[in-house]
Design a protein around this ligand. Structure first.
Ligand SMILES: Nc1ncnc2c1ncn2[C@@H]1O[C@H](COP(=O)(O)OP(=O)(O)OP(=O)(O)O)[C@@H](O)[C@H]1O
Ligand SMILES: [Mg+2]
Length: 280
């Protein structure tokens, strides 16, 4: 669906932000893009819907070259973007007005617009708030509302750039649930984050960037098998237990799996103890 070939990008002040990036993203994939501050994540995703144009190299989205200006309209309908700060993304005075903005620009019939608004708000679980002012929503609700605004355009692919970074843990979890559901319904998801623990359980592939380049591409399991950091706290705990001689998997990344591993290891230890004391 998206092909990036040898993409480099230099900002007008001569900062080289992307340096020879090659990447393909398939339809329906959930890809997580990680890496330190300033490594080029935002610069890369802004190329995906022609907000930035390559200094060299090329990107195609469903076969459409992003540098061909006649494709920009189609590309922006195919790839929707949600950003970090939800407050700056609203244009309407009520939630439904806001979500209707995109479809109205597509000059769709009024009943179709209404259908899309309701469907999108339902998908992010905000239908009952449709007459509310966006300003009255919590941060997490605002982010879900911003996602609804993108959904109303019916994009094939949704790019989310650090959308949970300003949210409290509960709102973060609600937004992540929404994104996981969208993925299950067939959308391609490109999710930029600094929080490795939130995406390992849900992403198909992890892409890690460093200094404008891609450093690692692989499944969450491959990621953990090949890196020392950043890793989730629970993985770090399991590695420390393993180092202390516990027979546990040091690449587990959910609390539930960690609990299973520890329970298993403890049962084996207790059994060995019983056998030893029985013998002696
Ligand atoms: N508008 C700009 N003008 C000049 N340089 C920029 C601009 N935006 C970003 N940069 C620089 O380009 C590089 C990549 O920045 P980018 O914002 O893409 O990184 P990022 O991985 O998204 O970082 P963060 O995690 O902080 O969001 C950095 O060195 C940054 O300082
Ligand atoms: Mg960024």
């Amino acid at each position: 669906m998206i092909r990036i070939n040898n993409l480099s990008y230099t900002y007008p002040d001569r900062t080289l932000a992307l340096d020879g990036v090659d990447l393909s993203i398939e339809k329906g994939e959930f890809v997580a893009l990680i890496g330190k501050n300033g490594c080029g994540k935002t610069t890369l995703v802004r190329h995906l819907n022609a907000l930035l144009m390559p200094t060299s190299g090329s990107i195609s989205v469903f076969g459409m070259d992003t540098t061909d200006t006649s494709n920009v309209w189609n590309i922006r309908q195919t790839v929707g973007m949600v950003f970090q700060n939800p407050q700056t993304q609203f244009v309407g005075t009520t939630l439904e007005e806001d979500v209707a903005f995109g479809p109205e620009n597509l000059a769709l019939p009024q009943n179709e617009i209404q259908e899309r608004v309701d469907r999108s708000l339902r998908e992010v679980d905000l239908l009952e708030y449709k007459t509310y002012s966006p300003k009255t929503l919590s941060g997490g609700q605002m982010q879900r509302a911003a996602i609804a605004g993108i959904l109303a355009m019916e994009p094939q692919c949704i790019v989310l750039d650090e959308v949970t970074s300003m949210l409290d843990p509960q709102s973060r979890s609600n937004v992540l649930d929404t994104i996981a559901q969208l993925h299950q319904s067939g959308k391609t998801i490109i999710y930029v984050t600094q929080r490795i623990e939130e995406i390992l359980p849900i992403a198909d592939r992890i892409i890690s960037m460093n200094n404008g380049r891609i450093e690692f591409v692989g499944t969450p399991k491959e990621y953990l098998a090949s890196v020392e950091s950043p890793i989730p706290a629970v993985t770090s705990l399991m590695r420390k237990l393993k180092a202390k001689g516990f027979d546990v998997n040091g690449n587990v990344f959910t609390v539930d799996d960690a609990l299973l591993e520890i329970t298993k290891a403890t049962q084996v230890r207790d059994k060995n103890k019983t056998e030893t004391s029985g013998n002696g």
